[in-house]
Ligand binder design. Structure first.
Ligand code: SAM
Length: 231
């Protein structure tokens, strides 16, 4: 029996030009394609002109637990499974961790075709220190819990990276300013790699109003620098 594999294939976070040739190879040799929303992935592969023989299966938060056991058994049986998120790198604020863990526990081959990730892209272009950072993902939606998070990281000696939705971005920035102060240096990166990409770096007291004046449609990454940092 040949050895099976699990390959995490990163997909564009906005610009289709960021799809990788290795991503094409992986999906074309896959037996099974596990993706969050099969319609989104089919549409992407159609746009890319890729003919894919693999069976599609929806792998999402709700069925991750049971499906990760089932899929890892298939890898063990010699199948090549590709895991894709709707956008970006699977398992990073997206389903994937449980399947990877299950395959690792069984000593199976887990690999990746690396590519787009909103957090690392924003960090790299932010102008905030990129040597040491904490990836926090989505903060709690409730204001009190979010403010607690800011207090706990008030004296952090590293850059904190958060994801935020368009609905909460202004509340996020207001809470951050209330706890960390108007002088704290941040970066707000919106719609990375897309036509309306906007990146503001500077003190919260200046960046907050700039974000508020513009459209808040789209997707956001917010980075918070250590207290001593000035741009
Ligand atoms: N797995 C993805 C990755 O590798 O970046 C993250 C998926 S998470 C469900 C979606 C969040 O990522 C969005 O709410 C936003 O915070 C961030 N994001 C994704 N694409 C983005 C983009 N083009 N510009 C800014 N933020 C983005």
């Amino acid at each position: 029996m040949t050895e099976g594999s699990l390959t995490l294939v990163a997909t564009p976070i906005g610009n289709l030009g960021d799809w990788t040739p290795r991503g094409s190879e992986a999906v074309q040799r896959a037996d099974l394609l596990a993706c969050e929303d099969t319609r989104v992935t089919r549409k992407l592969l159609d746009h890319l002109g890729l003919k894919v023989e693999a069976r599609f299966i929806s792998y999402r938060e709700q069925n991750e637990l049971t499906l990760s056991v089932e899929l890892s058994e298939q890898v063990q049986a010699g199948k090549h499974i590709v895991l894709m998120a709707d956008a970006g790198t699977p398992a990073i604020s997206d389903p994937g961790f449980r399947l990877v863990r299950e395959c690792r526990k069984r000593g199976l081959c887990v690999t990746a075709t690396p590519g787009p990730n909103a957090a690392i892209t924003a960090l790299a272009i932010s102008g905030l220190p990129s040597d040491t950072f904490l990836y926090a993902g989505f903060l709690p939606p409730k204001a009190a819990a979010r403010r607690r998070f800011f207090s706990e990281h008030q004296s952090a000696e590293y850059t904190v990276i958060c994801y935020e939705s368009c609905h909460r971005i202004l509340k996020f920035l207001a809470d951050a300013e209330a706890v960390l102060g108007a002088q704290r240096c941040v970066c707000v990166a919106r719609e990375l790699t897309k036509r309306h990409e906007t990146v503001f770096s500077g003190p919260l007291g200046s960046v907050g109003p700039l974000v508020a004046q513009r459209s808040q449609k789209g997707e956001f990454v917010v980075l918070i620098a250590k207290a001593s940092y000035e741009l």
